[in-house]
Ligand binder design. Structure first.
Ligand SMILES: Cc1ncc(COP(=O)(O)O)c(C=O)c1O
Length: 394
């Protein structure tokens, strides 16, 4: 923060305060009302009256928080939400944590012992890396394989022997690049090497797969070897993270994940809202929401390309436009903001050095005119850049 404040006091858009939200996707930041293209609420369910009402009714029924670790007692809404998640995923069981970060901090160290190893994709999410640090400090061994490189994954498994079990930890969707892992090949390697697959699909939840079940479940034939982690805070617009898995894995997680045992739960009102969201995802309405979202993503990505931007991603509603240099990325974000649109300027270390991007999160309830308006401004920025290049050359 200090770096940004010192070097870019007038253009950086970090550490912002949102002063007001709504209606629709409007927000007020720095006293200015702008269209918000920085929200993970991909299906727009944060604004859905049924989801909002479930939270209100949930507070009436359960109070604001039940205030007890689930090791002592879970509210019935928690059990109901987990049963609904498992049925929606088509898996035997599900376990809810207060966030995906806490899933990774609890489940990863909880699942391995000193005779097991963890093998992680080098670009796995930061919270997976943090979970691995805890596992390492407990005496488990951990190795990294090159991003999405299945040959290197197999070499690493061979190198890591002897072990009892291996846990292969990957993202379901790499949210900074939009890439998907080669699930089938990784699963096939896992089965040959006594390894279990652990997929953090936080960004795929609600957005990819049949009825939004995520990136991995539709692809794998068998799921007896899989931990499928999903988010309840992004497309779900509620709060929390979950692990979907076979029943025996679930029982193991319950008694070995410290963040589950020693931490508090998701407040019950949010669990009521999770049940409502699953009903929406499971219904025919999902196709409508998903097609609105896909149309918005396609409109934005095609428009940005036509303005000459290199567009990264495409599998999820995160459309990243490569800008490059840190200062240029911050300037672009500020230019867009000053014209009525908020997008995130992402710079090192979240992306490689000199590979800054404008990260645009598209929602199903963005109006087509809002997408068109953002594209006009992005067009203005590319003209502005061309003119300043010509000016410098002259
Ligand atoms: C792959 C992945 N895992 C975990 C998280 C963190 O999720 P949470 O906010 O539920 O802790 C994110 C957030 O963006 C993510 O992309």
């Amino acid at each position: 923060m200090d770096h940004f404040r010192r070097l870019y006091p007038d253009i950086h858009m970090k550490d912002l305060v949102v002063e007001e939200m709504g209606p629709g996707r409007l927000v007020r930041i720095l006293g200015r009302q702008v269209v918000n293209f920085g929200s993970d609420s991909f299906l727009g369910l944060d604004q859905d009256p049924r989801v909002q009402q479930s939270i209100i009714d949930g507070v009436g029924k359960w109070g604001t928080h039940n205030g007890s670790s689930r090791m002592f007692a879970s509210v019935e809404a928690n059990v109901r939400a987990e049963e609904k998640i498992a049925a929606w995923l088509g898996l035997e069981a599900a376990l809810i944590f207060p966030s995906v970060t806490l899933v990774n901090a609890g489940a990863i160290p909880g699942l391995v012992t000193k005779t097991d190893v963890i093998i992680a994709d080098e670009f796995a999410h930061n919270s997976i890396q943090e979970g691995i640090k805890i596992a390492r400090s407990n005496g488990s061994r951990a190795f990294v394989f090159r991003h999405n490189d299945v040959a290197h994954l197999e070499e690493t498994l061979v190198l890591a022997r002897p072990y009892q079990h291996a846990l292969i930890t990957i993202d379901g969707v790499y949210s900074m690049s939009g890439e998907l892992p080669p699930f089938q090949q990784i699963d096939e390697i896992a089965r040959r090497h006594d390894a279990i697959l652990y997929v953090d699909d936080a960004h795929g939840t609600g957005v990819l797969g049949r009825h939004g079940r995520g990136a991995v479940l539709d692809v794998l034939e068998k799921t007896d070897n899989l931990f499928a982690i999903g988010s309840l805070s992004k497309a779900f617009s509620c709060l929390g993270g979950f692990v979907g898995c076979p029943r025996e894995f679930h029982d193991l997680l319950k008694c070995r994940s410290n963040s589950y045992i020693f931490g508090g739960p998701v407040p019950p009102c949010y669990l009521e809202a999770v049940c409502t969201v699953i009903d929406i995802l499971h219904s025919a309405e999902y196709d409508l929401l998903q097609s609105r979202l896909s149309n918005n993503v396609a409109h934005l990505a095609a428009g940005a390309q036509s303005h000459g931007y290199q567009v990264l991603g495409g599998h999820t509603p995160i459309v990243s436009l490569l800008i490059g240099d840190e200062e240029a990325t911050l300037k672009a974000g500020r230019f867009v903001f000053d014209r009525g649109y908020y997008v995130q300027s992402v710079t090192f270390p979240a992306v490689p050095y000199h590979a800054g991007v404008l990260r645009i999160q598209v929602n199903a309830n963005h109006e087509p005119e809002q997408i068109a308006g953002l594209l006009d401004v992005l067009g203005e920025w590319s003209v502005h850049l061309e003119q300043s290049d010509e000016h410098q050359a002259a």
